[in-house]
Design a protein around this ligand. Sequence first.
Ligand code: FE2
Length: 502
Amino acid sequence: MRFVKITALLSVSCLFCSSLFAQTYTEILGRPTESSVTISILSDKKTEVFWEYGITPGVYNFSTAIFIAAKDTALEVDFTGLSANTKYYYRTRYRLSGSTALFDAGAEHTFHTQRAPESSFTFTIESDEHLYDKKGVRSIYQIALVNQAKDNPDFMFSLGDIFGDDHQAATVTSEEMDALHKDYRQYLGKICHSVPLFICLGNHEGEKDYYLPQNPPNNIAIYATLWRKFYYPNPFPNTFYSGNPDIEPYGMGQPENYYSWKWGDALFVVLDMYRDQCDTSAKPKNWDWSLGLPQYTWLKNTLENSAEKYKFVFAHHTRGEGRGGITTANYFEWGGYEADGVTWGFSTKRPGWAKPIHQLFVDNGVNIFFQGHDHLFAHEVLDGVVYQEVPMSSDSTYTLGMLANAGAYVSDTVEGTATQGVVSHDETPAVNVYPNPANDKIIVELPEGIKPVQISLINAMGQILLQTQSNTIDVGSIQNGIYFLNIRSNSFEANKKVILSR
Ligand SMILES: [Fe+2]
């Protein structure tokens, strides 16, 4: 028995010894173009590194120069001179700096250069990772990443509220912002070696007009910009990407905060709702929210000059910190109306601007606007534009957003939308559900002549509790809470939130 214990101890000790000399590194791809991609490597030791790549698995006809990656310092290197519309295979060659040993070889990874028109491809979206607070469950987030990798996407988006944390904005230090941004390398590094990452900024990133001028350079916005750019390669304007041309002070340079590019038959446009507010208050409201005229003008030109068949626009949220999708889209800068919904305010509040953002989308054929922030899944359509709310990627219960924010949505789609893609929907006809809140019975009133094919009562976890073909639903056996009625007829499908309260 004593011998066994000693053996085990020696084994652990040796493993520890060898780890002293091995590098641990993560790699994140970004900025894919028709002829290049950027790789960011972060190693825990000073490392000599180069990359081999080619268009056939295991055959690497090309290689980069040898670079020195300083300890804990992300190094960005571009693979250039690539062929368009091509899948590449690559591997990392590395050794400790100063070593004369042969270079070790990392596992083979892949990426794809810009797709040609009429190509089909996949991209994925995650949002509201929130690992910096108790809402974010790391094990669930890692499952979400694995699932994205299984889709073999050309690239992925985060729609923001990923790095945070602005809850202690006045006192947060640069070291803390460093740690918050570095934290994601361990997770994103597991798939983004083969899935280029695009970051869309959220309200909790702290990169706001309100914070930028406060005691610079010692504020959350500057810390966050610097550390985001240190760890993650986002696009800046060049011959492939368009975006924000500003050069910001204190070493921030180009903020890499809004940008667009073309891939296959699609235009991709990523917006930033936070860096150029009209009113630089901590919690802007109503007309205070703005893209700012430069970003608005860029968006308008980008959409109007695009001949792409599909147009996808991404932002953390229509109103920065409000709630809802199409229920927000008629108001203020996004829709032009004052809060009463009938008074046109755009002409006086945005003098010289052509039209509200939603109308830009309609007039230029935007297919889908993707947003996060509300931590639930909702698929809505307004004037032919899909407003797709993306759920929280680290939510273990799917109740946080549903309980808090589902009321801001008119169509919470629990099932059946995953394969809808780019299609145009007519508005759902009026469906009345009453009483609501309900006690023991719910009546579903449909337009004249329409009969339900199936009505399902669904809880916040997406579980079906009851199904019926009757307009009168007996809910006496269901406990109090918030639920959804999925109502299907031969001509449409609708979802209604219902509350059971006795
Ligand atoms: Fe948010």
